[in-house]
Design a protein around this ligand. Structure first.
Ligand code: SRM
Ligand code: SF4
Length: 639
């Protein structure tokens, strides 16, 4: 073995030993245990599951309360009705009675016991779903705008190519079906012939001819790999955060011409490790439509062969592009691609779109975008979203698209069914009018964090409602009620709810304390920057108030909070905060001096004292205040 091979990270060796993702999962699944070994945990991820434990139930000296999270892989967020109903059933049968829409348009079920994992995965596959490749070092769920516009070909193309690229990069190992379905292949939609051909064609060394994985090889990717396909102007997919984004380019007739390519985005970082950072993707170039699969393979091969397999902290493709520079990266990609990459076509500005409420889908049918707080589909108090969705999907057999902002869209709705669907939403307290949703809630996201995520430093999903309520109060006090600010929170710096693209980002840094990021754009086209390392959550109001006051006083017309922070800069914000706090302290001091004056005593005769007491009670004022006012008024008459 070469010295380079011996330096490889432990996970690289586990992958290689796994025999294309089979072991030790296959063996350990049959054992009567509550959890898997460390090696099996790594391989299990590729099958779409994470071993977790309920951190609320940790007791020193006792075995952890082990449970498993299952994540679906469904390109463009597509969930057919039968799959939704199966997931909903599994959430009750094996899970914690909730489903969770993720920030990459997938569903997660939490709380599954090891003994039920096989039944749960098998049920998903038999309902036309999959969890294969939802986690692990390979291509993750491909994102696409969830809007079901049938009269806008670019949107349909984005869906189509998200599906095709997902097919191209799906692992080919037989392990998944052997382990979870006893070798029975699932009935899946037929793969497009051009995708099949592209996988087999060996464009300049992009493909392995031996083994089960032509594109990945036996060691898969150095790290997770994330792609999106979108349309010009639509940034619902947070395109600058992806390893690879393809933007559909059509001609005036709506016919596909090719794709603008962005690459090298990524958000994961570690506190106090400067060598890790969030990075926005670079514009790479333009690729004609017939070349797209070979181009994707060329990018994948570049990261596969040159990505860091020694340090997992440095293994995402963003570090390769950053270390090499865009030009060197492009040269390497071109050598796999076999031709030069053309310059990008002109694009309009990208905007964040969430597609909520009732809308026309362009072919006479309707769609309905439903906002879900932090993606958690549950029944809680008056808000019975889970029951409402089950009833709607069952009765009307509607497909859905999960959105990258943890919400969902029901589509293919007959206009005649609109009233009945609205009535179900009303009956179960589900607000479907976007105008009536509080703007902070509408635009915010939070990751799951505690109690399921093993990496969480702080709370996130469970505390964000109270934090948004507190922020709303501060906004109210400074005359900014209903200001739409994009707020995102995570329980650690990995960035699962993409906080580094928010206008106001909270990133768990110490128990009960968050790093605060400011200056992202409302359309997620610019990275935010860290403003403070540790804001104790108890100090939220005193921390934010001066910043909001400054924003309220000095913003330009229609300027958003994020744009304002970016324009004035952190130095100006800090300066304002210091002056504001000094003023507050002076006011408090004056107040104290003023109230200390009241401490002088003046003697009163009994009658006068009783009269003052009666008047003070009648007016609801303290006696000393009324006495002070009366004396002040009398003295004025003398001067
Ligand atoms: Fe994530 C790890 C949840 C989107 C960056 N992420 C995790 C794990 C699996 C924790 C773990 O490794 O033990 C979390 C499970 C929590 C739980 O209890 O469910 C977790 N990530 C999520 C989800 C569910 C958050 C959500 O609120 O929806 C998202 C699932 C998406 C999906 O369907 O595939 C999720 N994670 C993201 C994103 C956003 C995105 O992809 O658009 C990011 C930042 C973008 C990026 O990858 O650069 C993200 N997650 C990470 C990282 C840091 C990766 C890195 O490059 O350093 C980790 C930790 C790791 O990989 O070592 C992580
Ligand atoms: Fe867990 Fe951190 Fe991701 Fe939140 S951001 S889900 S705490 S890994």
């Amino acid at each position: 073995m070469s010295s380079i091979a011996s330096k490889r990270s432990k996970v690289e060796e586990i992958k290689e030993r796994s025999n294309y993702l089979r072991e030790p999962v296959a063996t350990e699944l049959l054992q009567d245990t509550t959890h898997f070994s460390e090696d099996a945990i790594q391989i299990l991820k590729f099958h779409g599951s994470y071993q977790q434990d309920n951190r609320d139930n940790r007791i020193k000296g006792q075995e952890k309360d082990y449970q498993f999270m299952l994540r679906t892989r469904n390109p463009g967020g597509f969930i057919p009705p039968q799959l939704y109903l199966t997931l909903d059933r599994l959430a009750s049968e094996y899970g914690n009675e909730t489903l969770r829409v993720t920030t990459r348009q997938g569903f997660q079920i939490h709380g599954i016991l090891k003994k039920n994992l096989k039944a749960a995965i098998a049920a998903i596959v038999k309902s036309m779903g999959s969890t294969l490749g939802a986690c692990g070092d390979l291509n993750r769920n491909i994102m696409a705008p969830p809007a079901p516009y049938k009269n806008r070909p670019e949107y349909q193309l984005a869906w189509e190519y998200a599906d095709h690229i997902a097919d191209l990069l799906t692992p080919k190992t037989g392990a998944y079906y052997e382990i979870w379905l006893d070798g029975e292949m699932a009935i899946t939609a037929e793969e497009a012939p051009e995708v099949k051909a592209a996988r087999q064609s060996n464009g300049n060394g992009t493909v392995f001819h031996e083994g089960e994985e032509p594109i990945y090889g036996a060691q898969y990717m150095p790290r997770k790999f994330k792609c999106a396909v979108t349309v010009p102007g639509d940034n619902s997919v947070d395109l600058f955060t992806q390893d690879l984004t393809a933007v559909v380019i059509t001609n005036k007739k709506g016919e596909l011409q090719g794709f603008n390519i962005f690459a090298g985005g990524g958000l994961g970082r570690t506190h106090n490790k400067e060598e890790t950072f969030a990075r926005a993707a670079d514009a790479i170039g333009y690729v004609a439509k017939d070349d797209i699969y070979n181009f994707v393979k060329a990018i994948v091969a570049t990261q596969r062969d040159y990505g860091d397999r020694v340090s997992r902290r440095h293994a995402r493709m963003k570090y390769l592009i950053n270390d090499w520079g865009v030009d060197k990266f492009k040269t390497q990609v071109e050598s796999y691609f076999g031709k030069p990459i053309a310059p990008q076509k002109k694009l309009p500005e990208f905007k964040y779109l969430d597609y909520l409420g009732w809308q026309e889908q362009g072919d006479g049918k309707l769609f309905l975008g439903i906002s879900i707080d932090n993606g958690r589909v549950k029944d809680a108090g008056d808000w019975q979203l889970r029951t409402a969705l089950r009833e709607i999907v069952k009765q009307f057999q509607l497909p859905m698209r999960l959105t990258p902002s943890q919400s969902l869209i029901l589509y293919e709705i007959d206009p005649g069914d609109r009233a009945a669907i609205t009535a179900i939403c009303d009956r179960y307290g589900v607000q479907i009018n976007p105008e009536k949703i509080d703007p902070l809630y509408r635009y915010s996201m939070a990751c799951p964090a505690l109690p399921t995520c093993g990496l969480a430093i702080t709370e996130s999903e469970r505390v964000i409602p109270s934090i948004l309520d507190r922020i709303n109060q501060v906004l109210d006090q400074v005359g900014l009620a209903k200001e739409p600010i994009v707020i995102r929170m995570t329980g650690c710096p990995n960035g699962c709810a993409r906080p580094y693209m928010a206008e106001l980002g909270f990133v768990g840094s110490f128990p009960e304390a968050y790093q605060v990021w400011l200056g992202g754009s409302p359309h997620q086209t610019r990275l935010a920057r860290p403003f403070t390392e540790r804001m104790p959550i108890a100090e939220l109001e005193s921390f934010l108030k001066p910043i909001f006051v400054y924003f309220q006083k000095s913003r330009r017309k229609a300027e958003s909070f994020g744009d304002f922070c970016d324009r004035v800069g952190f130095e100006a914000i800090e300066q304002f905060m210091t002056t504001y706090q000094a003023k507050q302290e002076k006011n408090a001091g004056d107040q104290a001096v003023k109230s200390s004056k009241n401490r002088y005593r003046v003697g009163l005769e009994d009658d006068l004292y009783q009269a003052l007491k009666t008047a003070a009670t009648a007016q609801g004022k303290p006696m000393n205040q009324l006495a002070g006012e009366a004396i002040e008024a009398y003295l004025k008459t003398l001067s």
